[in-house]
Design a protein around this ligand. Structure first.
Ligand code: HEM
Ligand SMILES: CC(C)=CCC/C(C)=C/CC/C(C)=C/COP(=O)(O)OP(=O)(O)O
Length: 299
């Protein structure tokens, strides 16, 4: 009679928080908040808070289900080996139940308290990240983050739909901005953590197609990203505050992306521009979405 594997002690609340990828999801939720505040109609503050809470809970649920499914490859990569599941601080089943419960709760609460349109887009974004990106694409194709990146682009649509009950051209442009921003954002990082993904057998572009092809793709994706970022201004969907900030920030993004695409080196520091582009990509999205709200409320 083989002894049953001893169950782990109950996981600490900090491990459940870690499952939600709080640092990444902060920007995800911020883009949802900005999508809601940029809408032409106001929203009751309590309902607005509830909507943003649902986006945060839904994003966290998606992160938990991603970690439940990826416990095996997370254990192999240095960057993720200390997460609750690969580090053995939590039963895998606990992450599954936590993710499913939190995700269902977030969608039901959004549907009952806010509206069905926002709830439906929230459900689609959770399912897209878990089923399309994590389960289907991530281990199969270097286009995983391009197609799967759509999941991370839904929050501005969810925020706008929470306020208006529908979708419009501006939130669709914001979706396009985040969707096209994702490849430069991630592939800049993937260039300097390539070994981790190779060891885990994940077919990220630098592993499958090499550094030169990845650099070229970073440069190519930045072009339509720049167009999506600036377009709301000439289309009359925003004022000059957003327009000027978008042009200036996007110009800097293009310069950094061009340096990475060209394989530029900075003295003896390896991956200098790749690390700068990755870090700047996060600041870029925070500031450009913030400018959208300032433009809407100040103009
Ligand atoms: C499929 C799409 C995406 C992929 C593959 C991806 C990948 C990554 C990875 C691997 C990291 C390093 C984080 C870590 O080591 O734990 C990261 C960091 C980050 N990502 Fe992305 N990302 C994606 C989409 C997004 C989106 C849509 C947003 C927000 C709108 C975002 C915001 C961030 C932020 C804020 C960080 C920094 C987190 C920190 O400082 O620890 N990412 N991303
Ligand atoms: C409302 C809602 C559902 C929002 C979801 C937003 C979303 C999908 C953001 C993507 C964030 C992210 C870090 C993806 C990378 O996953 P990964 O598994 O490649 O990253 P890892 O290797 O660090 O685990």
């Amino acid at each position: 009679m083989t002894p049953a594997t001893p169950l782990l002690p109950p996981a600490d609340w900090r491990d459940f928080l870690a499952l939600t990828k709080p640092r990444v999801m902060t920007l995800v939720v911020f883009t949802g908040l900005c999508g809601m505040l940029a809408a032409p109609v106001g929203i009751d503050p309590v309902l607005g808070f509830t909507a943003i809470l649902c986006i945060a809970l839904g994003a966290g649920a998606a992160g938990a289900l991603n970690q439940w499914y990826e416990a095996d490859i997370d254990a192999v990569m240095k960057r993720t080996a200390q997460r609750p599941l690969p580090a053995g601080r939590m039963e895998r089943q606990s992450a599954l139940h936590f993710g499913v419960g939190l995700g269902a709760f977030s969608v039901i609460l959004m549907g009952l308290a806010v509206n069905l349109a926002a709830a439906a887009i929230l459900a689609v974004s959770i399912l897209f990240y878990v089923l399309i990106y994590t389960v289907w694409l991530k281990r199969r194709t270097p286009q995983n983050i391009v197609i799967g990146g759509a999941a991370g682009a839904f929050p501005p649509l969810i925020g706008w739909a929470a306020a208006t009950g529908e979708v419009a051209l501006l939130p669709l442009l914001l979706f396009a901005l985040v969707f096209l921003w994702t490849p430069p954002h991630f592939w800049a990082l993937a260039l300097f953590v390539k070994t981790d993904y190779a060891n885990a057998g994940v077919p990220m572009l630098p592993v499958v197609a090499g550094e030169a092809a990845t650099r070229r793709q970073i440069g190519l994706y930045t072009i339509p990203m720049a167009a999506a970022a600036v377009a709301p201004w000439p289309l009359g969907l925003t004022g000059p505050i957003y327009g000027v900030v978008a042009v200036a920030l996007t110009a800097a993004f293009c310069v950094l992306a061009a340096l990475v695409a060209a394989g530029a080196k900075r003295g003896g520091t390896p991956m200098f521009y790749e690390k700068r582009l990755f870090a700047y990509s996060i600041l870029y999205l925070f500031v450009i979405f913030g400018a959208l709200v300032v433009d809407r409320w100040v103009a």
